[in-house]
Write a protein that binds this ligand. Structure first.
Ligand SMILES: NC(=O)c1ccc[n+]([C@@H]2O[C@H](COP(=O)([O-])OP(=O)(O)OC[C@H]3O[C@@H](n4cnc5c(N)ncnc54)[C@H](OP(=O)(O)O)[C@@H]3O)[C@@H](O)[C@H]2O)c1
Length: 268
C-alpha cells in the first residue's frame, strides 16, 4: 500500500547505476553525519568549529575563515546548477523549474555568505571537503537524474506545483531567520546570544526547519528517487545538528527556555 503510493509519486528509478548508487550513498552518508552530531562528533564549522579538536592540538589542521569556507562550500554547486542550462538545454518545464530552484538556492547561499551572515568562527578543511562534495555531487546528480526522466512516463500524481509552493515558503522562511540571526551581532561583534523573533520562540533552529521544507519542495518538484533520498538524508542530518545545537545553547545559557525545541515545533 505505502509502496504503491510512493510509486505513484515518483518517476520509475532511472536506468543508471550512478544515480542509484548516489541515492544510496547520499542517504547513508547524510543520515550518518546526523547520527554523529547527536553522538557529539560534529562537522567543524560555526559553533562547533573547534569542538572535536581542542584535545587534539598535536594534529595539524588547515582552517580558514567561515566566510571563505562557506563560499568554498556553495560556489561549485551554484556553478554546476548554472552550467546545466547550457549542458542540457530545452528539457521541459519540470526540469527548468528544478534547475531554477537549485540555482536560486545556491545563489542565495553565496549572497548570504557575502552580505548577510556575520560570522565569528572558522572552518576546518577536513569538514569543508565532504560538505562541498555533498552539495556539488547532489546538485549534479539531481539534475542528471532529472535529465534521465525525459523519456519516462510522468508520475500519476503530479507534485510539481505543491513542490514549488513548499520551495518558496522554505527559501523565504530560511532567509528571514538568517536575517534575524545576523541582527544579533553588531559590526565586528563575535559573541553568541539567544536568538529572538520569528519562530525562534518555539524552535532554536527555524532556519533548518525551513531548509527542510525547501528540500521537500525540491524533491516534490523533481519526483525522482535521488530527489527523495537526498531530502530524507538531509532531514536526518539537520535533525542531528539541531539536536546538538539545542544542547549547546542549554550548556552555554542558564536562561535558555527549555520549552524551545530543536527544530520541529512542540515535538523535537
Ligand atoms: N542542506 C544541508 O545539508 C545543510 C547542512 C547544514 C546547514 N544547512 C543550511 O545552511 C544554513 C546555515 O547553517 P549553519 O549550520 O551554518 O547555521 P548557524 O550555525 O545557525 O549559523 C548561521 C549564521 O548565524 C550566526 N549565528 C548562529 N547562532 C548565533 C547566535 N546565537 N548568536 C549570534 N550569531 C549566531 C552564525 O555565526 P557563527 O558562524 O559565528 O557561528 C552564522 O553567521 C542554514 O540555513 C542551514 O539550514 C544545510
Amino acid at each position: 500500500m505505502a509502496m504503491s503510493l510512493f510509486l505513484n509519486l515518483m518517476f520509475p528509478p532511472p536506468p543508471s547505476i550512478f544515480v542509484i548508487a548516489m541515492s544510496v550513498i547520499s542517504f547513508v552518508a547524510l543520515a550518518n553525519y546526523g547520527l554523529s552530531e547527536v553522538r557529539g562528533k560534529h562537522l567543524n564549522y560555526s559553533k562547533f568549529w573547534n569542538v572535536n579538536n581542542s584535545n587534539n592540538n598535536s594534529k595539524k589542521h588547515i582552517k580558514f575563515s567561515s566566510k571563505v569556507g562557506m563560499l568554498l562550500l556553495y560556489s561549485p554547486a551554484f556553478l554546476a546548477a548554472t552550467a546545466s542550462f547550457w549542458i542540457f538545454p530545452n528539457e521541459g518545464f519540470r526540469t527548468t523549474i528544478l534547475r531554477c530552484a537549485l540555482t536560486l538556492h545556491y545563489f542565495k547561499r553565496v549572497f548570504e555568505s557575502l552580505f548577510v551572515h556575520k560570522y565569528s568562527a572558522s572552518m576546518l578543511l577536513e569538514s569543508a571537503i565532504p560538505i562541498t562534495l555533498s552539495y556539488l555531487m547532489s546538485t549534479i546528480t539531481m539534475i542528471y537524474g532529472q535529465h534521465l526522466t525525459l523519456d519516462l512516463p510522468e508520475p500519476p500524481i503530479n507534485l510539481l506545483y505543491p513542490g514549488l509552493v513548499l520551495f518558496l515558503i522554505g527559501i523565504i522562511g530560511n532567509f528571514y531567520h538568517h536575517y534575524l540571526l545576523s541582527k544579533l551581532r553588531g559590526k565586528g561583534e563575535k559573541e553568541y546570544k539567544i536568538p529572538k523573533g520569528g519562530l525562534f520562540g518555539i524552535v532554536i533552529c527555524p532556519h533548518y526547519l525551513f531548509e527542510i521544507i525547501e528540500f521537500y519542495g525540491l524533491s516534490f518538484i523533481s519526483q525522482t528517487l535521488y530527489g527523495f533520498s537526498f531530502t530524507i538524508g538531509t532531514t536526518f542530518y539537520l535533525l542531528g545538528r539541531s539536536y546538538a545545537t539545542r544542547n549547546w545553547y542549554i550548556s552555554k545559557f542558564d536562561d535558555f527556555p527549555k520549552n524551545v525545541k530543536a527544530v520541529i515545533p512542540f515535538f523535537f
